[in-house]
Design a binder for this molecule. Structure first.
Ligand SMILES: NC(=O)c1ccc[n+]([C@@H]2O[C@H](COP(=O)([O-])OP(=O)(O)OC[C@H]3O[C@@H](n4cnc5c(N)ncnc54)[C@H](O)[C@@H]3O)[C@@H](O)[C@H]2O)c1
Length: 352
């Protein structure tokens, strides 16, 4: 089988995870890279020995040899670049979130339908080995009917600033950046039930806390302490058509003692904690059992999860099979996220 020629658009932080994973895949050839920042693109091209360097994504897409692209740019360009790539005949792996609005998401879905090309949404947590193991157990009925899930992704100090803090480029704060991961993981495990309503709150209480001393945190390349337009914290309750519900909270900053990640699902036959440490709970012979599945990593192995995501993308493109994180799921996710922002703005529950 011929190696698939890959173009990567956006050469910032997360692109290296994609590049590393493609470099390890024997069915892929890293071929072209693009970033509006030429130095960044050139550095990646040198590191991964890519032949073609661009500063305009349209030029990369005009290269007929590029067959598939990873889109690792700011959220505001995901829709435009995805649609242009599909219409240029390329297969697309687009980073999460799919885009910023439901309208953008619908336009991407139309482009996927009309071109027949593969589009995989980068819901990387689905591709972690522990997540796949839990999914298998759930599919085998081990948890029974999963009727409730709750998840938290709390950073006590972690507003990255730059484009992340600019709603125009990001579409929002911790909800769209972190919430997308934990909502998606729960929703996928619950069997992707149809969301029918959301009730959410967002808070702009603490700002970006650039004043804090003695504690370092990740900052975007173009960090500017004077600029921050996104929420510090969001919470939400999502109701599904089948009666199940999902409760989440996420923050870039809050007066918490420590950072926290938790992803927990409850069914009528058993429960599971995917984060902070894989664990399962059930009842047998009138006894509650806490079980600790023996796997290589107790928590997500992010490097391996990206490799699995990219291997899956290459395989779907080469075999013509549907990805496990298709565009429809990206559209549903945008309905939930945008519904939560709308509910927070209106101060009441919103029907989807
Ligand atoms: N899956 C994950 O766990 C994960 C983690 C971090 C970021 N992300 C996502 O990846 C994307 C990028 O995030 P990041 O942290 O790498 O940001 P980043 O700022 O480090 O990198 C983004 C790069 O895209 C470039 N860029 C922006 N618009 C462009 C355009 N139109 N054409 C070409 N280049 C353009 C920027 O110059 C920058 O180098 C975001 O959508 C983010 O949500 C996903």
């Amino acid at each position: 089988m011929n190696k698939l020629k890959i173009g990567v658009i956006g050469a910032g932080s997360i692109s290296d995870m994609h590049l590393q994973a493609y470099a390890k895949n024997h069915n892929a050839e890293l071929y072209a890279i693009c970033d509006v920042n030429r130095e960044r693109a050139a550095a990646a091209a040198e590191k991964y020995r890519m032949q073609h360097v661009y500063t305009n994504y349209a030029d990369l897409l005009a290269n007929p040899d590029v067959e598939a692209v990873s889109i690792c740019t700011w959220n505001n360009s995901h829709a435009e670049i995805s649609i242009a790539a599909l219409r240029a005949g390329k297969h697309v792996l687009v980073e999460k979130p799919l885009c910023r609005t439901v309208e953008e998401a619908n336009a991407i879905e139309v482009a996927v339908r009309e071109t027949g090309k593969t589009l995989q949404v980068g819901f990387v947590r689905r591709y972690d080995a522990n997540a796949q193991l839990v999914k298998h157990f759930i599919n085998q009925g081990e948890l029974g009917d999963v009727y409730y899930a709750k998840a938290s992704c709390i950073r006590r100090l972690g507003n990255p600033g730059g484009w992340f803090a600019d709603p125009e480029r990001s579409g929002g704060g911790p909800l769209i950046d972190l919430g997308v991961h934990i909502i998606d993981l729960c929703w996928y495990m619950m069997g992707r039930p149809k969301p029918v309503s959301v009730s959410g709150n967002t808070y702009h209480k603490l700002g970006n806390r650039s004043n804090v001393n003695n504690l370092s945190f990740y900052k975007a390349a173009d960090y500017d302490p004077a600029t921050n337009g996104v929420e510090d914290l969001a919470n939400a309750l999502i109701r599904f058509e089948n009666g199940a519900s999902l409760l989440i909270d996420v923050s870039f900053t809050v007066h918490a003692k420590q950072d926290e990640i938790a992803v927990k699902l409850y069914g009528d036959k058993g429960g599971v904690e995917i984060e902070p440490e894989l664990a399962m709970v059930t009842e047998k012979y009138d006894t509650i059992l806490n079980m600790a599945p023996q796997t290589d990593s107790k928590s997500i192995d992010i490097t391996q999860a990206f490799c699995n995501e990219i291997n899956h993308f290459i395989s779907c493109v080469q075999k013509g099979t549907a990805p496990i994180s298709p565009v429809e799921d990206g559209v549903s996710m945008m309905k939930m996220l945008c519904g939560i922002y709308e509910s927070a703005a209106k101060g009441r529950e919103v029907l989807l």
